[in-house]
Write a protein that binds this ligand. Structure first.
Ligand code: ADP
Length: 886
């Protein structure tokens, strides 16, 4: 193909300049895509492709009208493309084009989604060598101006942080880019576009400078984070600037997100607990969708953030609880607050739009209306004694109320009640806002008045009937006279058009007024646009104030939502003060209780009993029970009330779950491998202060393999990790551990069997379940008798085969007791105190001996040495030796 020239050539050379996936170039009233890009876009968006010939070659071309670009851009970016936009501008010698913006998933401002839209960067610590270097992360939401940095000790933790923020676009730093494993996991776990941004943006010096420039000189010290986090923040800033989103002005604040302040929730756990979407990927049925009664999108966003980032600070949580408690009883005031919030718009997003310069007059009206929600909410809070005494007052005091009032008053004085959406054609401002504008408006109105009354004047003066004055594009202003009267028009009327029933005329005076009105319209449009830009910049300069007010309203909204849910579902305020206790009386599953007649259940864990082995037949409710416990703990740690009659919930530092894997196979990893890496992560990361939920371990491999892993994991969790643990298992053998490991207890979900029918009672009771339940159920289900009988026989054989020892103390201590699979019992002289220190030698030796040896030993024990003659003793010894040799 020959080198393209002309417009396509220009397109292709601009395309060379950018690393964006697609380019669109303004050509007059259209944005056009050419060549390969045209085909991709046409495919994705069902646009029509035409052919553009250029100097003998022909190229595919697809275009959209200039005013319609936004929805197309949005659609492309939401499909993961990064799209460069080249605008056309006038030059002395015609026009030229230049890339003004690259729209990417993380820098898309025109989002219609209420969710946060994070752009993330992840940078490895290059100063440490080895497998796990430590990481710095930065997260920015260009639509709200939120900006956070975080640090992670290893790749797992970094992934957890990434998952927590769920970014739409990730910029990996230079080292991360070379780490295929980590990149693979990021690709697999997140639905984010990976963008390989230029390496220089991550350079420590440059990043440090960018951060100080944006957020102020003391920022880096104040944040107290290391170089990698600063590099990540710098790279994000550089990227936002280079893509031309133009929102840096709304990024007024940077905060450090500290893992230590938050409950660790790894990616698996967030998925397993169905926090924001179900395992099937639906929003409906998630914990968030269930408890969300927020009135604003910012409130919803904040509540979701709370769920994804539960807290560990007792003081913070008690403050939230106090507000929820007050709001849940003050039903009327709560209604009033929620009604007021219903009038609020998304202030953080509006601040970003103002900074970007895309806010129109209606957006400023939205700012004004939302600013007036603040005093309305404050009034509702202030006039209810319970609320007036709650921490809600502090929430509402945080933004500068006086500044907010001033800005609102200013907008009130400036913008008319219901302005048009175009900002270039005037009619935006009220009279009295600007002297010069007032003069223009006055003259404009006067000419308009003259034009409006012209028809009447002409009728009166010249005795004409059927006269109207109007304007259109081709004729400008005209006097239209009905046919019958057209002959009687005065001499200074100049005819410009003849229609079927009428004629159109103009006069010198009308032409003069027309010129004047056009001049004034133009002047008014210009002047108002200038004033509007000034006002919009002023609003943009108050981005921080708007974010503060937005945050305060969102906080009240989220708290009121928690209160509404608590009141409507009879939830109670949990007591969070005792670290070592987890006691829930008549707890329910927050989601399942919405759709099911739920049978409440208790749970009790404390320092003497921190490991529950949960058994029960399939479908009895084991996993619901365990998830219910995890969900209740999580809710407690966002400051929410919980579904129970009474609850004492010691704060945890992390919630870890491992639940039967669903769709991991589709992602190309073996189910068992996934199961084991999840288990490994838990055993490495959980602490004494964590809550661990294990729903079956070892199921993905052969029985003996599986049971061995489950057994050893239980010992390790009990002895070393000492986390509060609930472990549901179908390995009945594990229930024996409760007798030997001091802090392990059995509970089971009860089922009733009568007349061959199993009824699930859904009630959790102490003790293990009936151990032959599986075969029993097979029998009930009508599996043929020979198969059932034979399985009992096989089970018996299997149980006779092997014995397993249980370790009861720290790993340094010796083997302590023996579990005999044949009897399902532990054997050996376990100590009365729960078997803390039995010895292996003390274990019943017979259990390991063959029957003949056992008989020899019995005979030996029976012999009374004093009564037996020596010769007889000798012959007995010889006989025993012979029997033993055999
Ligand atoms: P398992 O883990 O023992 O196989 P599940 O926890 O999956 O059983 O529960 C099986 C079914 O029983 C689910 O449909 C669940 O909604 C219902 N269920 C579980 N616990 C309760 C309960 N306490 N009250 C009412 N329904 C329950």
């Amino acid at each position: 193909m020959t080198e393209a020239t002309g417009i396509v050539g220009e397109f292709l050379s601009l395309k060379e300049e950018t690393d964006a996936d697609l380019l669109t170039m303004q050509c007059g009233d259209f944005y056009e895509f050419f060549a390969e890009d045209a085909e991709i876009v046409a495919d994705e968006l069902e646009l029509k492709v035409s052919q553009k010939s250029s100097h003998g070659s022909s190229y595919p071309m697809a275009g959209v009208p200039v005013d319609d670009l936004t929805p197309y851009l949005k659609a492309l970016v939401e499909r993961g493309y990064r799209v460069a936009v080249a605008d056309q501008y006038e030059t002395d010698s015609g026009h030229a084009r230049e890339i003004v913006r690259v729209v990417t998933p993380g820098t898309l401002l025109e989002t219609s989604d209420a969710d946060a839209q994070y752009l993330a960067a992840i940078v490895a610590d290059s100063s440490t060598r080895g497998d796990d270097p430590g990481y710095g992360l930065a997260f920015a939401d260009v639509t709200t101006g939120r900006f956070l940095v975080a640090e992670a000790d290893d790749a797992d933790e970094a992934l957890t942080e990434l998952y927590r923020f769920d970014p739409v676009e990730v910029l990996p730093g230079p080292e991360v880019r070379a780490d295929d494993d980590l990149l693979g996991l990021v690709r697999e776990r997140l639905e984010a576009t990976l963008t390989l941004h230029e390496t220089e943006a991550f350079a420590p010096k440059r990043a440090d400078h960018a951060v100080r420039e944006q957020f102020g000189d003391g920022t880096v010290d104040r944040l107290g984070v290391g170089e990698p986090a600063v590099a990540a923040a710098g790279a994000v800033l550089a990227y936002v600037e280079e893509t031309g989103a133009g929102v840096l002005a709304s990024m007024t604040r940077i905060q450090a997100h500290r893992g230590d302040d938050h409950v660790t929730l790894d990616a698996t756990t967030q998925r397993n607990l169905e926090l924001t979407e179900t395992m099937q990927g639906e929003r409906e049925g998630s914990l968030f969708a269930t408890i969300d009664h927020t009135a604003t999108s910012a409130g919803g966003r904040l509540l979701k953030e709370w769920l994804q980032r539960p807290r560990r600070s007792l003081a913070d949580l008690e403050r939230r609880q106090e507000s929820v408690a007050a709001l849940s009883t003050a039903a009327l005031a709560r209604d009033e607050i929620q009604d007021a919030l219903g009038e609020a718009y998304d202030l953080a997003r509006l601040a970003s739009k103002a900074s970007h310069g895309s806010a129109d007059a209606r957006d400023l009206v939205a700012v004004r209306e939302t600013l007036s929600v603040l005093p309305a909410v404050a009034d509702a809070v202030g006039s209810n004694p319970d609320l007036a005494d709650s921490p809600l007052v502090d929430v509402l005091e945080r933004p500068d109320r006086e500044d907010a009032r001033e800005l609102r008053a200013e907008l009130e004085d400036a913008i008319v009640e219901d302005p048009p959406s175009t900002v270039t054609q005037g009619e935006l401002f009220r009279e009295g806002y600007d002297d010069e504008l007032d003069g223009v408006i006055e003259r404009h109105e006067a000419v308009r008045e003259w034009l409006d009354t012209l028809a009447d004047r002409e009728k009166r003066q010249y005795g004409l009937n059927h006269v109207t004055v109007d304007r259109n594009k081709t004729d400008g202003y005209y006097i239209q006279v009905g046919k019958s009267a057209a002959d009687g028009v005065p001499g200074h009327y100049e005819q410009i058009k003849t229609l079927k029933n009428s004629k159109r005329f103009t006069t010198d005076e009308l032409e003069e007024k027309e010129r004047e009105v056009l001049r004034l319209e133009e002047r008014r449009g210009e002047l108002e646009y200038e004033l509007f830009e000034e006002l919009r910049d002023e609003v943009a300069a108050r981005a921080e104030l708007l974010q503060d007010v937005g945050r305060a309203l969102a906080t009240v909204d989220a708290l009121a939502s928690l209160a509404t849910h608590a009141a409507e579902n009879r939830w109670v305020e949990p007591d969070l003060r005792r670290d070592d206790r987890l006691e829930i009386e008549q707890g329910r599953h927050p989601v399942v209780e919405q759709t099911t007649e739920f049978v409440p259940n208790d749970v009790r864990l404390d320092e003497d009993r921190d490991f529950l082995v949960v058994t029960g037949p399939n479908m009895s409710g084991k996993s619901t029970y365990m998830r219910q416990v995890a969900a209740i703990v999580l809710l407690a740690q966002i400051g929410s009330f919980v579904p129970a009659k009474d609850a004492e919930i010691g704060l945890v530092d992390g919630i870890f779950t491992r639940v039967g894997a669903l769709d991991e196979l589709a992602q190309g990893r073996s189910t068992f491998m996934v199961e084991m890496s999840e288990l490994s992560n838990i055993l490495h990361t959980a602490t004494e202060e964590s809550l661990v939920i294990l729903d079956e371990v070892g199921r993905g491999t052969a029985t003996y393999d599986g049971i061995s892993i489950a057994w050893a994991a239980t010992e390790y969790l009990h002895n070393e990790v000492r986390a509060k643990t609930l472990f549901a298992t179908h390995y009945h053998e594990l229930t024996g551990l409760a007798e030997k490991l001091p802090r392990v207890a059995n509970v089971h979900v009860a089922a009733d069997e009568r007349d061959g029918e199993v009824t699930f009672l859904r009630t959790v009771r102490d003790g293990p379940t009936d151990r032959s339940y599986g075969i029993h159920v097979a029998d009930l289900a009508g599996v043929p008798d020979p198969v059932v009988d034979r399985s009992r026989e096989v089970l018996g054989r299997l149980r006779e085969e092997k014995a397993i020892e249980a370790k009861g103390g720290p790993s340094s201590e010796p083997v302590q007791t023996v579990f005999d699979v044949s009897s399902g019992q532990f054997r050996g002289p376990a100590n009365a105190d729960g078997g803390e220190r039995p010895t292996v030698e003390g274990a019943d030796p017979k259990s390991a001996l063959d029957p003949e040896t056992e008989r020899v030993l019995e005979d030996l024990a029976d012999v009374d040495v004093n009564e037996t003659p020596p010769v007889e003793l000798l012959s007995k010894v010889r006989e025993w030796q012979r029997r033993l040799e055999e």
